[in-house]
Design a protein around this ligand. Structure first.
Ligand code: MG
Length: 344
């Protein structure tokens, strides 16, 4: 196995603000792996609050012995090997694992979604995320969202109702709400959740601090709409810790360390009768295609990465009536690869 990692900076269309945080770009690692003349592509999106960056990615890649990756790939064993190199670094692990999935599909001559048992006809709508901003900028952002049928709204500040009223002045689309741990008082939060339900909210992501299991569970016991864990759940083993405290989980490849474990998380959550949202970070088409391959197995999708960024180097996956279209191509189905990108 030969590896070419490229440090890349993904520029956002608009400054992205969530409760307690704002940024205009995201460091990425784009990875090309080549195995017996077959190329596979992976990506790490290293949003600052997760603790990874170009340096940590480079340090991790130096530890990897690429001779361990031999087809047919034994994903549980390879994931255990990557975890043995460092317990953390989920995004760079995802880059490697996604590239392996791409190669795996190409060697088997099957799309990744088929390998994971996902039916393209069951693709859910994907939402378009609007961060916290001044009303005029929010209206501008919503104008960019014309291809989408659901809006995801970041709340968790003092003016949550004002944000929703601004959105409602321009669109009546259903809303996915993400509080990003921003609500501190459970009684205020439940009153707000009822109000949001009346405003067309479909679910609430991570209302209270991830460590406040009791507060989030209290809301789950009373909310008229599903309460979804995001920050509170990273990997497969976390699901048992939060079971009963939330109605569902937000699975992200950059938290799970890639597609195989994300798939295991989806199956486990479903076996507990929990809902599943598949989410993303600021990503190019590579990680979006990897998420899309699993999206038909989930209740909801929030895979708008390429639509929120300025310099995605690849073709943007096709969206029809607010749903991504899975192409009948082996592996991830990445298109529009610039031939000068992966030059070591
Ligand atoms: Mg979230």
């Amino acid at each position: 196995m030969k590896a070419i990692p490229i440090a890349f900076t993904l520029e956002l269309k608009h400054p992205f603000t969530i409760a307690g945080f704002s940024r205009t770009s995201t460091p990425l690692l784009l990875l090309k792996l080549t195995y017996e003349n077959v190329d596979g592509y992976g990506e790490a999106s290293m949003v600052p609050y997760m603790g990874e960056n170009h340096d940590t990615a480079a340090q991790f890649l130096q530890k990897v012995n690429w001779d361990r990756f031999v087809f047919p790939f034994n994903f549980p064993e390879l994931i255990a090997y990557l975890d043995s190199l460092s317990p953390a670094n989920p995004a760079v692990k995802a880059a490697i694992e996604i590239a392996l999935n791409d190669i795996n599909g190409k060697l088997l001559q099957k799309p990744c979604y088929e390998i994971y048992g996902a039916d393209p006809a069951k693709m859910p709508l994907t939402s378009y995320t609007v961060g916290i901003a001044e009303p005029e900028l929010m209206k501008e952002k919503l104008a960019d969202a014309k291809d989408f049928k659901v809006i995801k709204v970041k709340l968790g500040t003092d003016n949550d109702k004002e944000v929703i009223r601004t959105i409602r002045s321009v669109t009546s689309l259903p809303l996915y709400i993400d509080a990003n741990q921003g609500w501190a008082d459970r009684k205020t939060a439940i009153a707000l959740i009822y109000w949001l339900h009346d405003q067309g909210a479909v679910f609430i992501e991570q209302p209270m601090n991830k460590l406040d299991m009791e507060g989030n569970a209290w809301l789950t016991g009373r909310s008229p709409i599903p309460i979804i864990a995001d920050e509170a759940v990273q990997r497969l083993t976390d699901i048992d810790k939060i079971k009963g405290s939330y109605h569902g989980i937000n699975v992200k490849l950059m938290k799970s360390g890639g597609m195989y474990e994300a798939h295991q998380m989806i199956l486990k959550a479903r076996s507990y009768d929990m809902k599943v949202l598949i989410g993303c970070m600021s990503e190019t088409s590579i990680a979006t295609l990897a998420g899309m391959a699993l999206a038909p197995l989930c209740n909801w999708a929030d895979l708008d990465g390429p639509y929120l960024t300025r310099n995605n180097p690849f073709a943007t996956p096709e969206l029809q009536n607010g749903r991504y279209v899975l192409a009948d191509l082996p592996g991830l189905g990445l298109k529009g690869l610039p031939n000068d990108l992966f030059i070591p």
